[in-house]
Design a protein around this ligand. Structure first.
Ligand code: PLP
Ligand code: COI
Length: 354
């Protein structure tokens, strides 16, 4: 039995599969924090929370989260993809939002406890996995503006299929030319709820322009590509020297994606030239020197590797290649999924048995 929730806006209603993030497993795991420290992990049936209307997260937004997946492997084990990196990023996000640090081992224990409890609900069908959503919120009920003195850490699990279900093989993106996602010195590299709230107005505009996701530009010059609302961005460039995989450099305005880091490693394994450097919107559209962009894709835990076929801006649309998924996007996606799904050896030691 899965616990169901209503469909998120924009999700196709004809979807015959599980979709993304719409059904939940039977349990959740949790830990509470008070000024005395963390309580022991608990596993309980999935349930609604009861919160005072004065609960601080509802007013001042101390809320952070993570996303990772558990995969059933051919040897019968269930494995997580690089969960210690999620645990460490969760600590970084907590620190930025003045929330308590959760030890890496507690994060991993709560995730593993949920997966082993709801083991039978890890989907065993192609293109599916158990998406795990650890989160922490401020639960103290008071209206003073200061860091809260009570918090709740939870892990919920959602048996899920592709994030962009029903979309054509390549997505369409909308470039946010005026409204940036993050500012230098802000919270862009933290996985905090406010970053997503701040992007919703542009996501609404993107949907009005028939686009699936937003690409954000830098906040200073409004020229450089940063990332998407919920994914990092890669381009494949061809010039007289050959093929190069290019992605914007990490900074405090970009989420340091685990998929991004993994793809940089896999691309090097495949002998592909890799560059982390600033890329302008003009270069994406028009190319530069003797080269042009032949492929583009979004990447992230939910999106895996999702090709981008069309880019819409206030000045009109441009098409990447012939608008369909390119060769390198497909190869990198296949390589990554093979490791995650356990159909090829885990040569980098990325998978962790639950
Ligand atoms: N950028 C943003 C804003 C995200 O929300 C995500 C998703 O987690 C990513 C990038 C990709 O990160 P990861 O590959 O760690 O899932
Ligand atoms: C993830 O990929 O885990 C995210 O949190 C991104 C979100 C758009 C679902």
């Amino acid at each position: 039995m899965f616990t169901t929730a209503s469909s998120p806006a924009g999700e196709s209603s004809h979807d015959p599969g599980l979709g993304f993030g719409r059904v939940f497993t039977d349990h959740l795991t949790s830990m509470s924090w008070t000024t005395d420290g963390w309580e022991r992990p608990q596993v309980r049936p999935f349930h609604n929370l009861s919160l005072s209307p004065a609960t601080m997260v509802l007013h001042y937004g101390q809320a952070i989260f993570e996303g990772l997946k558990a995969y059933p492997h051919p040897d019968g084990e269930i494995r997580l993809f690089r969960p210690e990196l999620n645990a460490r990023r969760f600590q970084l996000s907590a620190d930025r939002m003045a929330m308590p640090e959760l030890p890496v081992d507690d994060f991993l224990d709560c995730v593993s406890l949920l997966v082993s409890t709801d083991r039978s609900q890890v989907p065993d069908r192609p293109g599916h996995s158990l998406y795990l959503r650890p989160l922490m919120i401020a639960t103290e009920a008071t209206l003073g503006t200061r860091p809260a003195e009570e918090y709740l850490f939870l892990v919920i699990g959602s048996p899920s299929g592709p994030y962009f279900n029903g979309a054509s093989p390549a997505i369409t993106v909308w470039v946010s030319e005026d409204l940036p996602r993050a500012h230098p010195g802000g919270t862009g590299n933290a996985k905090c709820a406010g970053n997503y709230a701040a992007g919703m107005a542009v996501q609404r505009t993107a949907a009005e322009h028939g686009a699936d996701q937003v690409v954000f530009l830098d906040a200073h010059e409004h020229r450089y590509l940063e990332e998407l609302g919920g994914m990092n961005l890669f381009l494949v460039r061809q010039d007289s020297r050959g093929t190069t995989l290019v992605t914007p450099p990490l900074s405090d305005t970009i989420l340091h994606g685990i998929t991004r880091a993994s793809l940089l490693t896999l691309a090097a394994d495949l002998g592909l030239e890799v560059e982390e450097r600033p890329i302008t919107l003009a270069e994406w559209r028009d190319g530069s020197d003797d080269g042009s962009v032949t492929e583009s894709f979004a990447c992230g835990t939910a999106a895996v590797v999702t090709p981008i076929g069309r880019v819409r801006t206030s000045a009109g649309e441009f098409v990447i290649g012939d608008g369909t998924p390119g060769e390198w996007s497909a190869r990198l996606r296949t390589e990554l999924l093979a490791i995650q799904e356990g159909t090829t050896p885990d040569r980098h030691g990325w998978m962790r048995v639950v």
